[in-house]
Structure formats: C-alpha cells, structure tokens
Design a protein around this ligand. Sequence first.
Ligand code: DHB
Ligand code: FE
Length: 295
Amino acid sequence: MAKVIGGVFTSHVPAIGGAIQRGAQGEPYWAPFFNAWPPVREWLDVQQPDVVVMFYNDHGLNFFLDKMPTFAVGAAEVYRNEDEGWGLHPFPVPPGHTELSWAIIEKLVEEEFDITTCQDMLVDHAASIPLALAWPGREAPVRIVPITINTVQHPLPSAKRCLALGRAVGKALAEWQGPEKIMVMGTGGLSHQLDGERAGFMNAEYDKFCMDNLARDPDALTTHSVHEIVELSGTQGVEILNWIAARGALGASTSEVSRTYHIPISNTAAAVMVLETEAAVQSGKIKHEAEPEMI
Ligand code: DHB
Ligand code: FE
C-alpha cells in the first residue's frame, strides 16, 4: 500500500537557480536560505520517497496568457525544463509517474474538478528549482506528478477550492494500491510583489499566519478571498495557493518537522517548511524545532 509521508513547501525564486549554478550557496546573501535545506535533506534521507506530487504555478513556459488552465495535471512519461529567460541552464527533471497521474486525474474528475490533462508538458523554475534544492547536483531519485494552479492570470481559483483540490488528490493517493512512498511539494510564495506600485511588498505577519496554520489548521488559510490574499501577500504572494493545495493532499493530521523564514531573497519573503504525516517513518527521525527567523 502506498504511504503519503509528508511534504516540502518552499519558495521557488529563479535567482535561487542562479545561485546554485554559480556555486554561491555559501555567500552571506544566500546562506540564510540555503541553510534551510540540510534538515530537509536529512528528512528525505530517512523517508526515501519514491514519488513527488508537485503543486506549483507555471509562469509562462508551458501555459501562456492565451491558454491558462485553472488546474492542470501532467500525465507525461518525461518532463523537460527550459530557460524561461532567467539565463539559467535547464535543470534535470525526473520522469513522470503516468499511472499515478491518471489515477489522480480520474479521481479529480469524479470529484467534479474540470481539469486539463497534459501528456506533453514543460516544467518551469517553480518545479525544477525545488527539486534541485531537495536533491542537489543530480536528477531527483523519484518520479513526479506535476499539478499546476493558475496563480498568474485572474480570475484565480479560491483558496477554498485549492484546498479541496488538494484533498481530492489526497483521496486518490490514499486509494493508490502501489508500494510507493509518496510526498508532496508546494512551491512559491511567500509574500512578494514583482511589479506595480507595491513592487517589493512583503508581509511577515501574514506569512507567519500561513506558516503557523499550515500543519494543523489549513482551513484558516481559506478564510481570505483571492483579492484579500493579494492585498495581504502581494500579487505573486498569491502563490500560497500552491502550498494550500499541497497541504490538502496530506490529510487531516500533519506535524511540522522544520521551518525557515528569511527576508528577502530577490523580491520574495523566502520560506521552507517540512510537514509529515503519521505514516512518515518514525525511526531515526530528527525533530527540528527551530524558531522561524522573523526579520
Ligand atoms: C521572483 C519570485 C517568484 O516567485 C518568481 O516566480 C519569479 C521571481 C523574485 O522574487 O525575483
Ligand atoms: Fe513564482
């Protein structure tokens, strides 16, 4: 029987990819962000996941403004990353788990989500950089199911709808009969705004609210409308929708394993969290009770 072991939640700023490719992880600007990752990798070493269900938003690589699905699920054998104009070399992307993709798609349609299915799909920095952070210097030793949420072109799905989407994905994972250990990733955020009058806007208080409630009370994150989230978190801070959906796939009960928060990385309040389910491997588990770094 498959086990859903937990999730890694992280910002996906493209400049992180530049820092990786320049070997700048130890520089004073970057160290507070990259220092979040050894505990994440320790957790991954213990848990040994086989599959990552990745919730993220495409920023114009696979979907442009002319065709923008609210929710799309990848069902490809292989995925490819390309340079989107950030000057990054493409990162390696692991193969797809097509059978699990179709099980998720079947469940989502049964649960009345009108999704787009993608048997040919490029994945952008929001998927490739988190994988490169979790498994640096190599192709991640997992298979993936990418799920994109439109956080780019309004109207966006509500936080409530994204949590429901994640919960429906969670049902598919719970019913999956394979032997795999499955984890989720939710990428993007936290608060940031890249353009307009409030360019550079961040909100540590709202970010803390999201991080404090993610493990135990994700419904608290659905009390704000999308427009309120934009107000609280910035036009791109609404990428928290990806975290909310990923959290939904983990079921009712999760606990926090690690958390790091650092302002700023590029224009973004950067956060990294690990949550685990009761199905996570218990032996040799290390609890990291680090206080978030609030600046
Ligand atoms: C930045 C953050 C993002 O989430 C993104 O997709 C692109 C750029 C930034 O802070 O530079
Ligand atoms: Fe983004």
